[in-house]
Design a binder for this molecule. Structure first.
Ligand code: OAD
Length: 248
């Protein structure tokens, strides 16, 4: 099965009959919104810094102002960006299938802005900060402050994102595993699948007899159902799949 139209039609047929769709997204789904991936983002001023300096507990302990400057810039860029047709296609799919679990490795909040509900954020969010003293979460703080402090207790805040060397949030991870074990369709969109758990989840879904779609820009070896692979842009391919499965 190698013709793109045939692959899309065959996958859409299965999607139409799905009971529970699990979707895992990565940096690639936001690429068409102009959000650079972590490494791409390290251009200009930031190219001089080691990722560990900008995104690790040790880096934050050494220079919290530098780390906050980096995240403040990323948050402003994410706010200025718009969801793209791939984000909207997933929000539309959510309305058509009996159950959809959306798991993302992205921290930009674009799925929620496109209308997706109950997004499982494996790597946290640019739009949340966490109090260093008591772990409380905050969605608003004084953005003008170079080094923001907790509005409740005055302790230092940190970005509520997963840094190098940190564990993924337990509850989010458990929900992602549960959905992977339960779903009958699993879609991996815009993730290279080299970092866990993105590396394992599609394989586990396949082993549980789910239909699996891998969609990214990488040249992939031909696959046969129940595994579907598409080498293309999420913003072009996903709307086609969803429209074919659910024309209205
Ligand atoms: P990567 O940068 O590893 O991979 C991006 C993937 O998106 C690649 O497979 C590309 O082919 C694909 N891609 C790029 N543009 C695309 C497009 N328009 N349509 C479809 N696919 C496209 O990003 P992630 O897999 O998200 O973790 O990386 C996972 C994690 O590794 C990140 O969240 C980050 C990093 O360490 C943390 O920061 C904790």
């Amino acid at each position: 099965m190698d013709n793109l139209d045939t692959v899309i039609a065959a996958f859409a047929n299965r999607l139409r009959l799905a009971h529970h769709v699990a979707v895992l997204t990565g940096a690639g789904i936001s690429a068409e919104s102009g959000i650079p991936t972590f490494r791409d983002a390290q251009t200009g001023l930031w190219s001089h810094f080691d990722p560990e300096e900008l995104a690790s507990p040790a880096g934050f302990a050494r220079n919290p102002t530098l780390v906050w400057r980096w995240y403040a810039e990323r948050r402003v860029k994410a706010c200025a960006a718009q969801p793209n047709p791939a984000h909207y296609a997933l929000a539309k799919l959510d309305k058509h299938v009996p159950r959809l679990t959306l798991i993302t490795q992205n921290i930009d909040g674009l799925h929620q802005r496109a209308g997706s509900r109950n997004v499982i954020e494996l790597h946290g969010s640019l739009h949340r900060a966490r109090c260093m003293a008591d772990g409380s979460l905050h969605t608003t703080w004084d953005y003008a402050e170079e080094l923001p402090h907790c509005p409740d207790c005055g302790a230092l805040l940190r970005p509520d994102v997963v840094w190098f060397g940190e564990m993924l949030p337990q509850t989010a991870l458990e929900k992602a595993w549960a959905a992977t074990l339960d779903c009958d369709i699993f879609m991996s969109i815009g993730t290279s699948g080299v970092v866990e758990p993105a590396a394992s989840l599609p394989r586990i879904a396949l082993s549980r007899n789910a239909t699996v779609l891998i969609l990214n820009l990488e040249q992939q070896t031909a696959a046969r159902p129940p595994l579907f692979t598409i080498n293309g842009k999420a913003g072009e391919i996903l709307p086609r799949i969803v429209k074919m499965a659910f024309p209205v």
